[in-house]
Design a binder for this molecule. Structure first.
Ligand code: COA
Length: 390
């Protein structure tokens, strides 16, 4: 039985800051951000968006009534969750009106969470072929104003349904993964900003890719020539390129050219959104599928997931015959086209506008946010979410 990605959607807030303008205001050569790091625009989340609303907005675009009935498991991957006890999945379950006879949980391992969720979903579908699982990967990447990681912030979410006989990508059986305790990136519970050893995180990412790729090759017998494209977790778009380069050297020229060209396409959306942590790999997959219109059915796509701390995994899938019919290309084109640029001072003000942490009540102006699902405020320590489309 084929199990894999049936539908895939994403959401990013309606505001962004231009990386050239950010560089100038930080007294940095813009080439460092646009070429050295490879980012053009960075999503800026208003205070009315958090990891719950981003995920719910991403799921809203893909779920129909039949999906809502069939889904019996919601798994929410995030490292910027809103509650230490209650899972973000429960909020999304309610906001979207999913079948009450469902499980709803949150999983965490830095940017690896959504991949863990997909693998868990695969097992669930193998045991329950009639059901569907909703996997969410949603985060707001915050390092701080003027910090070394500032240019690699971003915000957004992906939503995927995992089912038998999937519409888009059938996941293959072989997968290679590893864990090692590394302090390359972490966020203690008292901090709303991440701590990072940037150089170490780059090195670990590259090393993890080399190791899981070798393990995958040994397990599967496949080599680079068997792949139409390889998609990567993209904290910034130069990162995957750095990891792919040393591995590519062994491949024939035409394979190298194909993988490099498809890598470039797979980075388009990420270049304009920034890092969305656990959803980032899947945003790259969406970018590839929606922007490269002549990818042939039956093509093998590789996926490299990396979550600092650290867990890495390489797995693969086969493009299904009518995969283009399941994509939301037009809707994503509109989402990008309708975004509004904010100036650097406006971005800084939005960044600093955070929610109270002392339990005080706050009411937010959700009319300023065109998203259908918003955070409307906090009352008695309880977040108040609104689905304007209900
Ligand atoms: N034009 C073009 N490229 C330029 C440039 C210019 N004017 N100035 C610098 N660069 C290049 C550098 O040569 C470097 O390229 P390289 O990595 O291929 O050598 C790149 O821009 C980045 O410069 P660097 O000095 O390494 O940046 P940094 O010390 O400010 O840190 C990160 C970059 C990504 C490590 C930092 O933003 C960070 O810590 N981000 C968060 C963690 C993260 O995303 N980790 C990734 C793995 S999970």
């Amino acid at each position: 039985m084929n199990i894999g990605i049936d539908k895939i959607g994403f959401y990013t807030p309606h505001l962004y800051v231009d990386m050239n303008e950010l560089a100038v205001s930080r007294d940095i050569d813009p080439g460092k951000f646009t070429i050295g790091i490879g980012q053009e625009k960075m999503a800026v989340p208003p205070v009315t968006q958090d990891s719950v609303t981003l995920a719910a907005n991403a799921a809203l675009e893909i779920l129909d009534d039949a999906d809502k009935e069939q889904i019996d498991f919601v798994i929410f991957g995030t490292e910027t969750g809103v509650d230490s006890s209650k899972s973000a999945a429960v909020y999304v379950h309610e906001l979207l009106g999913i079948n009450p006879n469902a499980r709803a949980i949150e999983v965490k391992q830095a940017c690896y969470g959504a991949t863990a969720a997909i693998q868990m979903a695969k097992g669930h579908i193998a045991l329950n072929p009639e059901s569907k699982v909703l996997v969410l990967g949603s985060d707001i990447a915050r390092y701080g104003l003027n910090s070394s990681g500032e240019a690699t912030q971003g915000a957004g979410a992906v939503a995927l349904t995992i089912s038998a006989n999937p519409g888009i990508l059938a996941l293959e059986e072989k997968s290679a993964y590893m864990t090692a305790d590394v302090m390359d990136f972490w966020r203690p519970v008292y901090s709303d900003k991440a701590f990072v050893d940037g150089k170490l995180s780059n090195e670990q990412y590259i090393e993890f890719f080399a190791k899981v790729w070798k393990q995958y090759k040994d397990k599967s017998g496949f080599d680079l020539k068997d792949f139409e494209a390889i998609t990567f977790h993209l904290p910034y778009t130069k990162m995957g390129k750095k990891a792919l380069k040393p591995v590519l050297a062994d491949a024939p020229e035409n394979v190298q050219e194909r993988l490099k060209a498809n890598y470039q396409v797979s980075t388009n959306y990420n270049r304009n959104v920034g890092n969305i942590y656990t959803g980032s790999l899947y945003l790259s997959l969406i970018s590839l599928l929606e922007q490269k219109e002549d990818l042939e059915r039956g093509s093998r796509i590789g996926l490299f997931s990396y979550g600092s701390g650290a867990v890495g995994e390489f797995f693969s899938g086969i493009l299904q015959p009518n995969y283009r019919d399941y994509l939301k290309t037009e809707s994503h084109r509109n989402m990008f086209a309708l975004r509004k640029k904010v100036t650097v001072p406006e971005y800084e003000a939005i960044f600093e506008e955070t929610l109270p942490t002392d339990g005080s009540t706050v009411k937010l102006d959700i009319e300023m946010d065109p998203a259908k699902i918003c955070l409307a405020g906090i009352t008695e320590n309880m977040r108040q979410y609104v689905n304007k489309s209900k």
